[in-house]
Design a protein. Sequence first.
Length: 388
Amino acid sequence: MVADTAMPGGGRTLSRARAAVLVSLTAGMSATLLMPAVGLAREPDRWRVAGGGVGLAAFAVVLVVALRTAVTPVRSGRSRRWLRIAYAVVAVLGVPLVAPVAVGEWPTGAWWGAAVVGAAPLVGSWRLVPPTLVAALAVAGAVALANGTSAARSLLVTAVVGVSIAAVNGFQVWFWELLVRAERGQAAQARLAAAQERLRFAADVHDLLGHHLTVIALKAELAARLAPTDAGRAGREAAEAQRLAASALVELRRTVHGYRRVDLGEQLTAMGEVLRSSGVRCTVVRPPDALPPEAAAQLAAVLREAGTNVLRHSRAGWCRIEIDQEDDVARMTVTNDGARAEPTPDRHSHGLRGLAERLAAAGGTLRTGCADGVFTVEATVSTGSTAA
């Protein structure tokens, strides 16, 4: 079963897969319960009909919980234990309530055993199927012999149908678990890449500042010692420390500038792949010419934030990213459907608000809007000499 770990967040593809698996499992188990329910229509004794109906209804309730639990990314051990207990209780109660229904007219007990066996992978694992099958075969055979009906037919229905349903259900649950693990693996990979990049940048800053700060500290200490006896040399040492500090600041700024410089083309490709992998149809219209590095870096920051909003704050089916350039202005427009109507300020505004201030300081603009379920982010930056 899926481990009880935190789910970083189910994407659109995972949500669709969950719905598909849930519908498939529900249809299969509903058809399975329909077969013992046929016995209710063939039973003349109303008390047996009532008892069988209660048994089937109780089992259906447990199945509803089991189906929902089976396709839930995070499941607690306590809830699974209670589910298994409820499953065992209704399975045992079904023997006196459901199995005797329409004896001689319809193998209700055999179909009941098949339903119990088929539901085993939903409440436990494949290890639960063999003991459940043995118990169901014993009950089906005993009921048939006690009532003078065909034991072979009852055993055949319970074994073949029960194992077949269990195999189908078990495969679907296993496939769902693979999807959940893949989703977690992608999220873990993204977190690892971000952590590695932070460590790399931290190492670069450490290497850059470590030497400068050590020398500055020594110069400052020497100036303090010389101040009482040699004021002239102390002043020169202090001036040298000041020069080293200014040099370190310049190099730090160059390092940060280089770190923040990005390839806008690579960002567009990566964002398109991320959106498509999440089930969003993405169209990317690239600029006709390469943009200046500073303009590209500013648009890349807006692109990352806008793409994050598409994934986190909407249920988008499509997204269009378009960059064009006219005169000394580059414009990027990101539109997507599935936007939710939000009061002002909306949940999209927090990260984009900081970017708007950053673009305004560089002579650019950032506008957002939502109309008819379509959210739009439009950013403009200067590509002239002032942007360099």
